[in-house]
Every structure is written in C-alpha cells, then in structure tokens.
Ligand binder design. Sequence first.
Ligand SMILES: [Mn+2]
Length: 303
Amino acid sequence: MPMQVEIFGVPMDLGANLRGVDMGPSALRIAGIGTKIAALGHDLIDRGEISLKSRVTLPKDGGSAKYIDEIVEVCIRLHDVAMEAKRRGALPVFLGGDHSIAAGTIAGVASHYRKENEKLGVIWFDAHTDMNTPATSPSGNVHGMPLASLLGYGSEALNAVGGDEPCIDPENVFVIGARDVDDSEKEMVAKSGIKVFSMKEVDRLGMAEVTKRAIEGASAGTAGIHLSFDIDGLDPIVAPGVGTPVRGGISFREAHLFMELLADSKQLTSMDIVELNPVEDVRNQTADAVVHLIQSAFGRRII
Ligand SMILES: [Mn+2]
C-alpha cells in the first residue's frame, strides 16, 4: 500500500549534552533514507530542515532544564508541522536531532487526531525512559524529559505544547528496550501508568511477544501508533553512533523483527528517528543500519 511519506530534518542539539546530533539528519540522508523509502513504492517528499537557533549563538545554560525556552519554541513549530503533515494525509518522519523534539512531533500528531476525537498510541524505542523532569533530572538535559512532558509532568511550558491536557494516554504508551533508568524515573514510570518492556522482558518474552503486546496496547482504542525511535535503543555493537550508548541493547535482528511486525500491523501514523551522533560513528555505519531497519517499517519484506 503506497503511502505519502514526508521527511523533516530537525538538527536540534540543545537537549543533549554531547554536540554532534545536529548532524543526524545529514547522515541519515547520506545513508539514503529518502530514496530507500521511495524504492518501496511510497510517494516521498523531503521537506528539508526545520530552522532553529544554533547553540553557538546562545549563552551557555546550566539550569535544571537547559535551553528550555528555545526547545519549547522549536517544539511549538514541530507541533504545527506535524499537524499539517497529518492533515495532508501524509506519514511524517522526523529526523533528529536529540529526543527533545518528540515533545513537539507527538503533540502535533496527537492534536490532529484529537480534533477527530481520536487518541494516539506511542511506542518509545529507547535505552532510557526519558521520564525525567526538571526537578528530577541529574543533568538538566531536556532529551531525558520528553516522555514525561507528553504525559503532563515537568516543565509547564513544554507540557503546554499542543494544549493543556496531556497529549497521550498512559495506557497506550509502551517503552521498549530500556536498560538505563534513573531511580527518579522508576518512580515516574510507576506513577504515570505507562508500560515499560525493559531488556529483561525482551530477553524473557522475546521480541516477537514484546512487540505484539506493545502494538496491541498502543493501538487499542487509538487511531494508530507513533514510533519514537531512539537509536540508542539498539545495542552499541549495531549502533555506536549515539551520544549515550548503553551495552546490552536490542540486536539488529530483534529490531528488524520489531519493524516488520509494526509494518504488518498497518498502525504506523508517524515517526521520529533521533539521537544519531555522527561524531561518535565510524563510516556512517549507524545511519546505514538504521535506514535498513526503517525500510522494514515501511514494508520491505524478505519474501
Ligand atoms: Mn530517548
């Protein structure tokens, strides 16, 4: 089934500690993300970059939510961009950039569906849960906060992107691949009611079962599923080009199965691909691996 896929580059690095994620969109394009999605028969439009302030022009921020004002501004724009893409009937793919952008992209897709009285499910593929708030974050880096924000916790300005109500319902939110979670985040996870499939569950149940449960739960009573794909969910052997690698992650084949089952479900509404850091990579191998995986989410079949 051909879809209209629209790519947006978001060279955001204000939410991360390490510089370099702003080069993520380029590295993914060089690895052929657009042409390889189009090769599957989809209509592909690359809409270029979302403009944002360069870190070098801003005073250094050492607060509890670093560069929050600028990040909120970009997320408001991403909200509108995502909403407009959905209104056109497209499936938007946002190339990060750090994970803070998801506070805007998911809010926008959720706003689109809320206008039709529908909910949005979310699968958050990540080594982390991104459930910190300015009050709990040890680092103050906003890329550790977007999921908490989408559920209505933390920075009021960031939470307000897309409206006063939380953008997503915790019963439709599933994290897969978590293995580095702060104690404060563990409390937030329990309080929020989202489901986290940590690497322990991936090991015990297998990726097929974890994916099945996540797709069922994220699509129950919703218009579909937004995939927020943090590349650090993958094992660093597959994906060394990230700012915060954590060993013991999802293997290449497990990730492939996940993407294939997601494609089979036909529930995908929109996607982020975030935290690629080409400075940490070798010969763009991480972007190449990711593009290969993403093809499966868009229907590439082995047979
Ligand atoms: Mn993340």
